[in-house]
Design a protein around this ligand. Structure first.
Ligand code: DLL
Length: 443
């Protein structure tokens, strides 16, 4: 494996220097920044100050990084309850940008940035691109949505900070995306993995062979996807698919990013302090044990987030990465604690179904899970697209595939589900985050 620190020509970009800070320096820096940000939140955010006072805590009580567990969690509901600006720690004249995330119910949550925050964001996104081997000569097609969603502008500023050429095409308008990708010699694309699949599919129809294009990297994120999906994407397109993670509350994209080893995203720990906690008890889990990712922003001025519960489930890798980065890594986030649905007493995550489906040949990576209530009983139907050749096969062959899929799901999930094979292009395509589960029980 290449040691990127020594091999300056291959993969190591100067913007990545903080990724390789010696551990002791990194921990010192984190503690210093943690103390400062907790003090800032205490001085400027009344909800946080009140919570500390209720627990007889003061920022001065924070002596080591381990003391972070004494601090209260912040929840998404805190952002909703203080809508729109109640958690801001900077006056409006210092805030240069607002973003918002729509969520599923009611009012959006609003997040704020000072100029310094925007600069940090650009730098972590530049480091994200550099981590997967991109540099000044790359032409990056940014198909994340521009607007209140953080994906578009986050990736845009990062690509510019790297010195790459960015094409701010935003999401949608697939035919134009394909034309530009081909004509402009695009070398990297940013979008959700599900939208990239759509681009691939449309490209194939238009006779574009992605493998013949200069496209070599996909910076994919904003939604859960599995290792099986990565393999499908890479095999179909010839590019390397990298996992980019982030969330609006913490900064947007650029909280963590995979390096060229592709073994899970490295957290930009000089700006975001990670913990893994037990989903039910909130107690810390040691490295290597699965739980909920909790993040503390160490730099954010406009809206510090202390111990923010992401609801994203993962595990921190106990071993260091072959790339030499000292930043900790987590396993790709394939599920959220609130994604889970319970069917006949069994907890099911969409990603388990994705893993099972993609392990079987003849399926296409497009599926949807429909939940229904029939005669008081919950039923699941998994609709999965199959290739045109398979679909025109004999009834016997289709039935065989159907039961193979049903069995694969049963083995992974522990529950038999009805599988329905559908023709290519039946399931709606998304331009942003894919909607995998349609819950008709609530309708
Ligand atoms: O999705 C920010 C982003 C934009 C990340 C572009 C990556 C690329 P939100 O809309 O606030 O922000 O949604 C955040 O999306 O808590 C995860 O559940 C999910 N998510 C984001 N990235 C990944 C990923 C953006 N790589 C929520 N893998 C997060 C799995 C992801 N889930």
């Amino acid at each position: 494996m290449i040691n990127y620190r020594q091999d300056l020509g291959k993969g190591y970009h100067p913007v990545s220097a903080p990724d390789f800070l010696p551990i002791s320096q990194l921990r010192d820096l984190q503690l210093r920044k943690l103390k400062a940000i907790v003090q800032r939140a205490y001085d400027r955010v009344s909800l946080f100050r009140q919570r500390l006072q209720d627990r007889d805590l003061t920022p001065a009580g924070l002596k080591s990084l381990d003391d972070i567990v004494k601090l209260p969690f912040t929840e998404k509901s805190d952002l909703r309850d203080t809508y729109p600006f109640g958690l801001f720690a900077s006056p409006m004249q210092e805030i240069v940008r607002l973003h918002a995330s729509s969520g599923t119910t009611g009012k959006p949550i609003v997040v704020a940035y000072t100029q310094a925050d925007v600069d940090v964001w650009a730098s972590v996104m530049a480091r994200s691109f550099a981590a997967c081997g991109l540099h000044e000569s790359d032409i990056i097609q940014n198909a994340y949505g521009y607007g209140l969603f953080t994906g578009g502008l986050g990736a845009h500023y990062g690509a510019e900070a790297l010195g790459a050429t960015v094409i701010p095409i935003s999401g949608g308008n697939t035919q134009r995306q394909l034309m530009i990708m081909k004509d402009f010699g695009v070398t990297a694309i940013c979008c959700t993995p599900s939208y990239f699949l759509h681009l691939l599919e449309q490209g194939q129809e238009a006779g574009i062979d992605f493998k013949k294009l200069p496209l070599r990297a996909g910076v994919f994120g904003a939604e859960p996807w599995t290792e099986g999906m990565r393999h499908r994407i890479e095999a179909l397109s010839g590019l390397k698919a990298y996992d980019l993670y982030g969330l609006s509350e913490i900064i947007g994209p650029g909280v963590a990013m995979e390096c060229q080893c592709q073994t899970g995203p490295h957290i930009f720990e000089d700006h975001f302090y990670p913990e893994i906690v037990n989903i039910k008890t909130g107690k810390p889990c040691p490295d290597g044990v699965e739980g909920e990712l909790v993040l503390t922003t160490l730099s954010k001025q406009a809206m510090p987030m202390i111990r923010y519960r992401t609801h994203d489930i993962t595990v921190l890798a106990p071993e260091t990465c072959a790339c030499g980065r000292t930043l900790r890594r987590f396993q790709r986030i394939s599920r959220r604690s609130d994604d889970m649905f319970i069917i006949r007493g069994v907890n099911v995550y969409p990603s388990q179904i994705e893993t099972a489906l993609l392990a079987v040949e003849g399926t296409l990576p497009h599926y949807q899970i429909i939940l229904r209530r029939e005669h008081g009983l919950d039923e699941v139907e998994v609709q999965v697209e199959v290739t045109a050749e398979v679909f025109s096969d004999t009834v016997g062959a289709l039935e065989n595939l159907q039961s193979q899929l049903s069995l694969a799901i049963e083995r992974t999930v522990g529950l038999r589900m009805q599988v329905r094979l559908v023709q290519p292009r039946t399931i709606p395509r998304s331009e942003g985050k894919a909607k995998r589960v349609i819950d008709q029980r609530k309708m």
